[in-house]
Design a protein around this ligand. Structure first.
Ligand SMILES: [Zn+2]
Length: 264
């Protein structure tokens, strides 16, 4: 028995580290995974499944402002406690909540960070774009930030949905620059948020626009929402490919790491 407890504690200790590294979603992921984001006022909290060592909660809340999801005036959501690694709990009062529909229930998308209490018009929020580090921020500022991310993700997904399936459909197979026939090439679709371009990448894409618009980048962006489709066709121009290679040679530039086509 002692052994079991020990190994359990051991597991828990390490999974805590793993939680921090692998499970807690950053701002963009948390917003993307949420079906429902709102400013709510929690009016009642009950503990459920009290037979267990840990106690999950169920909260009732009135909805003050919806940022993402369906119109609902009152919601009930589940607050799993995740004992003993990531204890989460809520109290009565104003919160921003990040919830998803799961098994006919609403529950948090990001462990304890799914329920963020609003205190004195402040709320804990990400200190900058690429971090999980939190700091107290002005509540209005946070709402603006969330709204902006939601809009950005919506636009990106609309674009991606239109372009999915086959990217050669409805397009001419003649290169607009070199006026030669292009070949259909199968490339991988990469889903998720692409990291911001660095200088090397911007330089490469500027040159691409001007000298080799239909060169093979080896992959295409598929937007945030992963789909089952892993590959798509694109048109690749043989002259653009030549131009790309000679541009790399004459400028001494390298291809951005993420867009290196497969070497033959
Ligand atoms: Zn071309």
């Amino acid at each position: 028995m002692e052994k079991i407890i020990l190994s359990f504690l051991f597991l828990c200790f390490f999974s805590n580290i793993a939680f921090a590294k692998a499970y807690f979603a950053d701002k963009e992921k948390m917003i993307l995974k949420s079906d429902f984001i709102a400013i709510v006022n929690i009016t009642n909290v009950i503990f459920i499944e009290t037979d267990k060592q840990y106690r999950n909660q169920e909260a009732n809340a009135s909805v003050n402002k919806i940022l993402k999801g369906n119109t609902e005036n009152n919601i009930t959501f589940f607050v799993p406690c995740f004992f003993p690694c990531a204890v989460a709990s809520v109290k009565k009062g104003p919160y921003i909540v990040f919830l998803k529909h799961e098994k006919n229930k609403l529950s948090g998308v990001n462990w304890g960070l799914s329920y963020r209490p609003i205190k004195n018009n402040k709320v804990e929020w990400y200190s900058n774009e690429d971090t999980l580090k939190l700091e107290e921020k002005d509540f209005v500022e946070v709402i603006e930030d969330i709204t902006e991310v939601i809009e950005k993700q919506k636009n990106r997904n609309n674009l991606a949905a239109e372009e999915r399936i086959d990217r050669t459909t409805g397009r001419s197979d003649v290169c607009e620059l070199h006026k030669v026939h292009m070949q259909k090439v199968k490339v991988t679709i990469v889903y998720g948020l692409p990291p911001a371009s660095d200088e090397e990448e911007r330089k490469y894409f500027d040159a691409k626009k001007e000298f080799f618009p239909n060169a093979n980048l080896g992959k295409v962006e598929g937007g945030c929402m992963p789909s089952l489709q892993k590959k798509t066709n694109i048109y690749v121009c043989p002259r653009c490919e030549k131009e790309r290679k000679s541009w790399l040679k004459t400028t001494g530039a390298t291809e951005p790491h993420r867009y290196r086509p497969p070497q033959k």
